[in-house]
Structure formats: structure tokens, C-alpha cells
Design a protein around this ligand. Structure first.
Ligand code: MRU
Length: 362
């Protein structure tokens, strides 16, 4: 136990995503439009699955664990819509032709974070199981999916708090932590993964300061990470991505903690573009590099990171106005080889990257 030179205020952080019932009893997804941060905290409410898909593709709603819940929630909205006018009808083949097609469109809204497909598939399986019960109606399936999403929201927060506790045990008093992108409360239902480690460590008085890479091109570090750390009262310094090397060389970073979008069976980890470079710099400077992620981010079907699909995004994210004759390459993620990772922090404890598949055994 140490002493922080600051007071931690977790109560100032909003919940990122939440399925609620509107006044008319209709299921609605409430989420923060993260494109507006850090200057506006705007919450959207929608009953339409396609609005959620749009929010996912435009990064209004992002971050792997939040995407897992969003995937299931969008399926729940579709089930609610299918039950709205014919709630007492059974779920026949016509019903599932439509529902499964929508579930696939939701699951494939973004390719890299495996949590999105995991969430949508979890909802799809729950729908099929409930519909197969004798006498089950469309309304029953809608209710089952609503309850599933509420359960997933609670599970996500619980997992993040467990990740936080496991990660805090790796940090010494007075730790200066560098992070890349936003793997904070805003990337989850609440609390965060990499920043969950920071918050749990701060609660134990172990944190001196967090350095946030701005994370070009979309600026999740500059807009989201610094916003939420400032809300929580954690001393924060924003740096441009190309400053991490100098900072580490000056001995100002004790640990790097980042999130993950997909972890292959050998521990290779996809995360926001630029993470690989940070890992190499950490290795060169003798700074431990940790990945913090729930087990829903592990993809045991991929032997190594070379098979992780990497999302390519629009050139406008890099270059607002096209320049004639100039092409833009804009991959949203890169893969950090397992050899650079000191440990993967999950809700089930800290694993050596090569043994990460064991985390799925319970
Ligand atoms: O494109 P984004 O903003 O969805 O990318 C997010 C990241 O890369 C995060 O670091 C990752 O999802 C982990 S979030 C706990």
C-alpha cells in the first residue's frame, strides 16, 4: 500500500453502454458518442440495431469489451423489434432467416476485435436455445436477450475489476505507467482493462502518473484516455506517439499497460496501431510491457497473430483533405509478437503469453 498524491474519483466516470427500457417498455441501447469527447459528453439512445452498427463503424462506440456488449445488445434490439407487432407468434424459419442475417451483419461491423463477434454469437445462440423450448414466443426470445445483455454488462464490470486487481499486484508504489489508445472505462461497460489496472493500483496508492500516447490517427489517447483519467483525478501527461522513446530513455516509465482486440493462442496480440512500436521500445528500454484483457478477447482458433484480420480504415482519418497523387495506408491495428509481452492480465489472473489459452479453462 502506498500513498497517492491525488484523490481518486471513480464516481465521476459515466457508464459507457447500457441496455435500458424506455418509458414505453421498449428496449433501448444507451451509449456515449465517443466522437464528441473530450469536449462534449453526449449520450445516444436508440431502439434500432442498425444505428448501433453505424455507431460501431464510425467509432462512436468502440473498444473491444464494449463492442462485445454492443454486439449482443444490437441483437437484443432486433429481437425486440421482431416481437413488437407479433410478440405471441413462434420463432419460425422466417424469423430466424431474418434474425440470423442481422446477427451476422452486426458481428461483421468491424473485423479485428473478436469480442464483437463473440457478443453477437452469444446472443444468437441464446435466441436459438430459447426458441427451441416448447411454446416459446418471439416475446420470450426478446426477453431472454434483454436479460442476457444485462448479465453481460455485469460480467464485464466484474471482469474489469478482477483484471485491475491482478494488474495492480504487478506495480510498485510510485509507478509511472504509459498506455496507448484507450483501454479505459470508455472501452468497456465500466472501469476499463489497462486503465482498470491503473484505477485499481491508484486505489492502493501506487500510481504517480499516467502517460497517454495520443494514438494517431483517431486520437483515442488524446481525446478519450486523457479525458477519463482527468475525470477520475489521476495525474496525466499527454504525449505525441513519437515521444514515447525519449520518455522511456529518460527513465520516466516504470511499466506499459495496454488493452487488446484479439489475442492468438500463442499470445501474439492485436491492439490499436502503434502498440507494436511501443512494445519494441519498452523491450529496448527494459520496461515491462503488459497486456490487460478479458478472456473474451482470446481467440484460441488462431495459432498466431499473422492470421488476425486487420481492419483497414478510410484515408480521411489520416489526411482530412486528399492530396492528388498521394495514397494513404490506414490499418487500425497491429500485432505485437508474444515475445515482447511480460504478461497478459485477465480476470482469471496473469498469464505468460505462450500459456494464454489456459485462461480459457476456467
Ligand atoms: O479502434 P478502437 O478504438 O475500437 O480500438 C480500441 C483499442 O485498440 C483498444 O486498445 C482495445 O480495444 C482494448 S479496449 C479495452
Amino acid at each position: 500500500m502506498g500513498t497517492n498524491p491525488f484523490e481518486l474519483h471513480m464516481e465521476r466516470l459515466p457508464r459507457t453502454i447500457e441496455l435500458v427500457r424506455g418509458d414505453d417498455g421498449r428496449a433501448q441501447l444507451r451509449y456515449i458518442d465517443q466522437r464528441k469527447l473530450p469536449y462534449e459528453l453526449e449520450t445516444v439512445e436508440t431502439a434500432d440495431w442498425w444505428v448501433v452498427v453505424g455507431a460501431i463503424s464510425t467509432l462512436a462506440l468502440r473498444g473491444a469489451p464494449a463492442l462485445g456488449v454492443a454486439g449482443a445488445a444490437a441483437c437484443a434490439l432486433e429481437a425486440a423489434e421482431l416481437a413488437r407487432t407479433r410478440g405471441e407468434a413462434p420463432c419460425d424459419t422466417g424469423y430466424f432467416a431474418e434474425f440470423d442475417d442481422v446477427a451476422e451483419r452486426i458481428a461483421s461491423a468491424r473485423p479485428t476485435a473478436v469480442n464483437l463477434r463473440w457478443g453477437a454469437e452469444r446472443a444468437k445462440s441464446a435466441a436459438h436455445r430459447r426458441a427451441a423450448e416448447p411454446g416459446a414466443t418471439r416475446a420470450d426470445v426478446a426477453k431472454t436477450l434483454y436479460n442476457l445483455v444485462k448479465q453481460m454488462e455485469a460480467e464485464d464490470e466484474r471482469a474489469n475489476r478482477a483484471i485491475g486487481a491482478a494488474g495492480a499486484a504487478l506495480l510498485a508504489p510510485g509507478s509511472r505507467v504509459l498506455t496507448h489508445c484507450n483501454a479505459g472505462s470508455l472501452a468497456t461497460v465500466f472501469f476499463g482493462t489497462a486503465l482498470g489496472v491503473v484505477y485499481a493500483a491508484a486505489a492502493k496508492g501506487l500510481i504517480e502518473r499516467v502517460y497517454a500516447d495520443e494514438t494517431r490517427p483517431v486520437g483515442q489517447g488524446a481525446r478519450l484516455t486523457v479525458w477519463e483519467l482527468a475525470q477520475a483525478g489521476v495525474p496525466t501527461t499527454l504525449i505525441c506517439d513519437d515521444m514515447a522513446a525519449s520518455l522511456m530513455a529518460q527513465g520516466k516509465v516504470d511499466a506499459v499497460v495496454v488493452g487488446a482486440d484479439r489475442i492468438a493462442a500463442n499470445g501474439d496480440t492485436a491492439n490499436k496501431i502503434g502498440t507494436y512500436g511501443v512494445a519494441v521500445l519498452a523491450h529496448e528500454n527494459g520496461v515491462p510491457f503488459y497486456v490487460a484483457a478479458p478472456t473474451s478477447t482470446i481467440d484460441p482458433h488462431l495459432a498466431d497473430g499473422s492470421r488476425i484480420p486487420i481492419e483497414q480504415r478510410a484515408p480521411e482519418e489520416v489526411l482530412a483533405q486528399p492530396i492528388a497523387g498521394v495514397d494513404v495506408w490506414n490499418p487500425a491495428f497491429d500485432v505485437t509478437p508474444a515475445r515482447y509481452i511480460a504478461g497478459i492480465i485477465t480476470e482469471r489472473g496473469v498469464f505468460e503469453p505462450a500459456r494464454i489459452a489456459e485462461a480459457l479453462n476456467g
